[in-house]
Design a protein around this ligand. Structure first.
Ligand code: GDP
Ligand code: MG
Length: 439
């Protein structure tokens, strides 16, 4: 995938003491291929690669003390810029209800995302009303009603015999009467862009004057998603994009091109089918994730909403100061297990994507059990000073945990790699802060 390929290029650069212009050229060539293969729009790729090249062969980079790191930084910054730089927030109307209109092709995830938004807003103590505007797809109304019920949120419907425009209008009146904070209009999609659909959407837009028109697109469709976005934006004037199915086997092209092609920000990404699988989109974090620099911030936010804040803060500090011990590792494993798919979580740890061993262990719950057993067989001293775990200690730990010495060795190696990556990551964020401070 894109991430693996980018990480390979980046780690080659990072490891270099000296970087020549030829090294940069080779790296940008590989980046170019990786992006094209990930289905990023070719114009976007061209501009991107030229910008990186221009900045990376500049004197301040090649002559710096850590040119490899500097190039990685340039790539990271340019990737971030490509995706919009700042996090684009959901609009809030001056006077409630804030009106959000969901648009997109059939199957993109409009209805699912409507539910996810309700849940997202509930976490901020905001009440919503859902309006069932898809009168064409069989069972579409029922789908929304079931979602509404599971979220304890009212659904406004006039059945499937009324016009979507009328439903939207009356839905809005209901939202005002009920004094909800948000009203979310679910609409019908078609398999392809079609005049009638667009016309109807325009009429709904006229009637309700939405504060947000969110286009929901399936990230798995790559370039198509970008074309769809361009078209909808031209016709309707979008305020934001939600990229869904980023949990799947997407090549990443849509996330990287859609903003620069449409100039419309990605506001959220869908990471699964469940109602809580919606994340605000942070360009910088996404770039770091692609480059394998980890996404500690998202991990910490998840931790904060799922475990107690104290622990999450401590974790952040430990990652920053590299005083992460095996006790923390164990603690993390357990919390992570409660948080969601382990694979996603570990993917957010700096460098985890590069660690083949860790990657294999992600999906294998048995292996996790083994790791827990190994850590539990360590003495408190060993957990804090893994570097002092010698051959005889390893043997004892293996015996105590019912594993073998290779298992213990592997875990120690992985832990060591992880600490090294955290160190690099924290050095990198430090230098970034410094730079900002000077400006
Ligand atoms: P709509 O036609 O645009 O309303 O699409 P739906 O909301 O009905 O979603 C179509 C399918 O995509 C459903 O099976 C959803 O569960 C699925 N889906 C939506 N968003 C996501 C996502 O972020 N990840 C995954 N894996 N599936 C999603
Ligand atoms: Mg739908």
């Amino acid at each position: 995938g894109l991430s693996e390929r980018m990480q390979a290029v980046m780690s080659k650069l990072r490891g270099k003491g000296k970087v020549s212009e030829a090294d940069v050229k080779e790296a940008t060539r590989e980046i170019r291929l990786a992006l094209l293969e990930a289905d990023v729009n070719f114009k976007v790729v061209k501009t991107f690669v030229n910008r990186v090249k221009e900045r990376a062969v500049g004197q301040e980079v090649l002559k710096s003390l850590t040119p490899g790191q500097q190039v990685v930084k340039v790539v990271n910054e340019e990737l971030t810029a490509l995706m919009g730089t700042e996090q684009a927030k959901l609009v809030q109307a001056n006077r409630p209800p804030t009106k959000i209109m969901m648009v997109g092709l059939q199957g993109a995830g409009k209805t699912t995302t409507s539910g996810k938004l309700v849940k997202y807003l509930q976490k901020q103590n905001r009440k919503s009303l859902l309006v069932a505007g898809d009168v064409y797809r069989p069972a579409a109304i029922k789908q929304l009603q079931v979602l509404g019920e599971s979220l304890d949120t009212p659904v406004f419907s006039l059945g499937d015999q009324e016009s979507p425009v009328k439903i939207a209008e009356q839905g809005l009146a209901e939202a005002k009467q009920e004094h909800v904070d948000y009203v979310i209009f679910d609409t019908a999609g078609r398999l392809h862009i079609d005049e009638k659909m667009m016309e109807e959407l325009k009429q709904i837009r006229e009637k309700v004057q939405p504060d947000e028109i969110l286009l929901v697109v399936d990230a798995m469709t790559g370039q198509d998603a970008v074309n769809v976005a361009e078209h909808f934006n031209r016709e309707l004037g979008l305020t934001g994009i939600v990229l869904t199915k980023l949990d799947g086997d997407t090549r990443g092209g849509a996330a990287l091109s859609v903003k620069s092609v449409t100039d419309c920000p990605i506001k959220f990404v869908g990471m699964g089918e469940k109602s809580d699988a919606l994340e605000p989109f942070h360009p910088e974090r996404m770039a770091s994730r692609i480059l394998g620099m980890g996404d500690v911030l998202t991990l910490i936010e998840k931790a904060q909403s799922n475990v107690d804040a104290e622990k999450a803060k401590a974790l952040e500090r430990k990652m920053r100061t590299q005083s992460f011990t095996f006790d923390d590792f164990l603690d993390q494993l357990q919390q992570v297990r409660n948080m969601g798919p382990l694979e996603d979580m570990l993917g957010m740890l700096p460098g985890a994507g590069q660690m083949k061993g860790l990657k294999n262990m992600q999906v294998d719950e048995k292996q996790i059990g083994r790791i827990e057993a190994i850590i539990r067989s360590m003495t408190p001293y060993e957990k804090e000073h893994p570097e002092h775990i010698n051959a005889s200690r390893r043997k004892r730990i293996a015996l105590g945990s019912g594993t073998n010495v290779q298992d213990v060795n592997r875990l120690l190696k992985q832990f060591d790699d992880m600490k090294k990556m955290m160190k690099k990551f924290s050095a990198m964020t430090k230098s970034k802060k410094k730079r900002k401070g000077f400006k």
